[in-house]
Design a protein around this ligand. Structure first.
Ligand SMILES: Nc1ncnc2c1ncn2[C@@H]1O[C@H](COP(=O)(O)OP(=O)(O)OP(=O)(O)O)[C@@H](O)[C@H]1O
Ligand SMILES: [Mg+2]
Length: 134
């Protein structure tokens, strides 16, 4: 597998979430994603960026364009140095929210991705890595 391109975007405000969405859309288009697949990865990115801002006091998103033989993909890694997630299984449950939300961001992002990894350490932060293949 080859990383064709990568870029880091800081997430400190809601404008940054708009920027992440725009960039993920562009990268998905450049990887040849259908409109439906573009929307899936943009929606997942939006949820994870929002979580990093809302719960992680901001963080960063790394975008990577991947090539694996004939496959093209986009990998996104969201990282923050916030409080972390004490119970990841619970956080991934549909409808679980500590912030008065719908509790569908993490679980939705997982469903919209082909690969999903959640790592978190209480007191240290959270990292969510997702990949969507064309
Ligand atoms: N980056 C993070 N740092 C700390 N806690 C997080 C982070 N992301 C998610 N969580 C925790 O996991 C819960 C579930 O997240 P999820 O995105 O599914 O729902 P939500 O953000 O509460 O609501 P929604 O995204 O539907 O508006 C959050 O309420 C929060 O407690
Ligand atoms: Mg959320």
């Amino acid at each position: 597998m080859t990383v064709l391109r990568d870029e880091v975007v800081q997430i400190q405000s809601s404008e940054d979430i708009v920027l992440v969405r725009q960039k993920v859309r562009e990268w998905a288009i450049q990887s040849g994603f259908s409109l439906v697949d573009q929307t899936k990865i943009v929606t997942a990115a939006s949820e994870l960026a929002r979580n990093a801002l809302q719960y992680g006091n901001g963080g960063q998103a790394r975008l990577e364009a991947l090539n694996d033989g004939p496959r093209r993909g986009v990998r996104l890694t969201f990282e923050d140095q916030g409080p972390g997630i004490p119970d990841m299984q619970l956080a991934l449950r549909d409808g679980y929210s500590t912030g008065g939300g719908l509790g569908l961001g993490l679980s939705g992002a997982r469903r919209l991705s082909n690969e999903f990894e959640l790592e978190s350490e209480p007191g240290r932060g959270t990292r969510v890595k997702i990949t969507r293949w064309k």
